[in-house]
Ligand binder design. Sequence first.
Ligand SMILES: Nc1nc2c(ncn2[C@@H]2O[C@H](COP(=O)(O)OP(=O)(O)OP(=O)(O)O)[C@@H](O)[C@H]2O)c(=O)[nH]1
Ligand SMILES: [Mg+2]
Length: 445
Amino acid sequence: MIPAQRGVLRCSGDLLFEHLAPWFEKYAHGFKLAEKRSIQHFECDLFDGVSIETTTVVFCAPHSATGENVVEFHLPGNPVVLQRLEQSLAEFGLEVAEPGDFTRRAFLNGRLDLSQAEAVLELVQSRSAESARAASQLLSGGLSQQMSDVRHELMTSLVELEAGLDFEEGDSQDLRPSEVIEHVKRAKQILQDAAVGQQTRALTTGARFGCLLLGPPNAGKTSLFAHLTGMPSLVSDQAGTTRDYRRAVLMSSSVDIDLIDFPGLGGDAVDQRDALARELVAEFDQADMCLLCLHPHTKPDELPSCFPNMPKLVVFTHSDLELQVNRELNHELRLRLGNYSMVSLSSQGDSAATSAALSEAITPFFDEAEKVITQRIRNSERYQQALGSASAAVETAEQWLEVGGQQDLVAAEIHHALAVLAELVGEMTPDDLLDRLFSAFCVGK
Ligand SMILES: Nc1nc2c(ncn2[C@@H]2O[C@H](COP(=O)(O)OP(=O)(O)OP(=O)(O)O)[C@@H](O)[C@H]2O)c(=O)[nH]1
Ligand SMILES: [Mg+2]
């Protein structure tokens, strides 16, 4: 444990509420934990006479990360405080989790499939921000969605085929043999896309994409942040209004954006504010991209002297004023960013339209980041072997279907493809594979 601003201790278990009830009586002055999805604040009496402000976040089974009841304790991130909390919980029968325990439980309770569990492992082991991002995107289900789509197609065709094997022609009204081949063709296509790394899914909701609002003072960053998220914010025409960062989630139909408003960063001035802004940007090197907010009349020497090393979308603000983008600014941006992507937005008027325009502009960046991550997993030998074997079986099934008449052989091939894919997503995985996978995690995951 290292000191941090906040510490979080997560507990999970089917009988968690029963174990925690007496803990609350002893350490929280009889404060009662709500056994429903909730956030509660209370004073915790971990040290004699010193109350510690604590927050609990409760998730009830099965709607939690592990599929069990989960309670998170959020409190000051002092190691002594956290160790004391851990010790006090142990008095009531709670045990420290094994490495990978949370992920294993999530897997066993059907909250994750094996490809998602592997993505967690990637996340735990990833050193670079890029691979961390890729893994976290994969967690949102890119590859596993494809696998579940293939299996759905194959199972549907199998149901129709087996109905065909059991009934005489005309017996079953649902039976439409021509549809079998359509399902098989779709399955083949998804398998091919999965092998070469093409994205076939719509962006899953639940994936958060971190976007930093960066730019010179007075560019309109905070106005845009407030307009999009509805968070009351301090806006003024005085440069340097925002002094610290703030974040809020912007839900949209495609990508959920974790929007982060930053202090202005501009010119070569190295005053205190600028230094603070630079420090903050350095802290946020794990964001997925930055939205470089610029008033269209920004002069080149007002641009931040260095841009963070992450994908950038130029956002020209004040679009309601219909201003021409300054030529020198455009020239300078081309020099520094090459062929840059841009969008013009306004913090006046209809916020739904602004939000839609922003998410449309961000979607290609999101897709790109996701490709990087999924590619790594796809390249793994296990995936390639399984996809190859399932593809071969599906192709053979398709050939039999085209010839006609050999429905039992078609069914056998589809069964084989389904078995291979079931193993790939962990439904029939031998225990030793699971043990190997989960033992590589760290405690708390
Ligand atoms: N007409 C118009 N005015 C805007 C727009 N966005 C911001 N402004 C105005 O521009 C000024 C600066 O806006 P802020 O949102 O505080 O700018 P900022 O980039 O957060 O500035 P700092 O926090 O100082 O870095 C304010 O007077 C806003 O009212 C816009 O889209 N249209
Ligand atoms: Mg601001």
